[in-house]
Design a protein around this ligand. Structure first.
Ligand SMILES: Cc1cc2nc3c(=O)[nH]c(=O)nc-3n(C[C@H](O)[C@H](O)[C@H](O)COP(=O)(O)O)c2cc1C
Length: 200
């Protein structure tokens, strides 16, 4: 069924290229190339593994490449200490140095970006990752698809923050999953129905 929907949406996209201004050189159409798994990257930050598990599930489902965002300075293991540091980073709008890992975005049209919600927002490490790669993400008109895990906060504020950095990119509907719901069976179902809803 998913394969059928994928092909259907791809055909729909091709059929509407003229109307929405998509082209192969400028992939502005969110539905363009959906059946091509090699053009999707799942990049994520995760401190205590919930978002990592969700990212793995999304990458498996899409057969996509996966990239872990790792701050150069590791956070402490104590939750309260992490809270103090993270709150200060947010207050200072601090740019976080990330471990330099080779990453070329050239072959990707879709960026799935995942993170835990921190203080109702995106962690500064993720904002920094986006800032570090902003030029490439923008010049390639990448489609941004956010996902997150959290205790209870919804995804909206974090998406607003990302949109401020990438104000010319198209964003598709994000996914939020409660941390206590990150189990294989629950995430599998949520991810499947989310991707189907996106036409992927
Ligand atoms: C510093 C910090 C701030 C957090 N702030 C929030 C918050 O504002 N709202 C919320 O629902 N959960 C918050 N959480 C909980 C995490 O979003 C949640 O447990 C998430 O699933 C952790 O993902 P991870 O295991 O991938 O790190 C916070 C956790 C930490 C460590």
């Amino acid at each position: 069924m998913k394969k059928f929907l994928s092909v259907f949406f791809s055909l729909l996209c091709v059929a509407t290229l003229g109307l929405v201004g998509c082209s192969k050189d400028k992939p502005e159409c969110p539905l363009d190339n959906l059946s091509n798994p090699t053009n999707r990257l799942v990049a994520y930050f995760s401190l205590t593994s919930h978002t990592g598990e969700l990212a793995d599930e999304i990458a498996d489902e899409l057969d996509a490449d996966i990239f872990r965002i790792v701050p150069a300075t590791a956070y402490p293991t104590d939750y309260n200490q992490v809270k103090v540091i993270a709150e200060q980073e947010k207050a200072e709008n601090k740019h976080i140095d990330l471990l330099p890992k080779p990453l070329s975005l050239t072959k990707y049209s879709y960026l799935f970006i995942g993170y835990p919600i921190w203080f109702n927002d995106v962690p500064m490490a993720v904002k920094s990752f986006i800032e570090d790669n902003k030029e490439q993400i923008e010049s390639q008109n990448m489609i941004i698809i956010p996902f997150c895990t959290s205790g209870e906060s919804q995804i909206e504020q974090s998406v607003r923050t990302l949109r401020l950095v990438l104000d010319s990119n198209i964003f598709l509907t994000g996914l939020q999953i409660k941390d206590s719901d990150v189990t294989k069976s629950k995430t599998e179902k949520r991810v499947e129905s989310w991707l189907t809803g996106l036409g992927i």
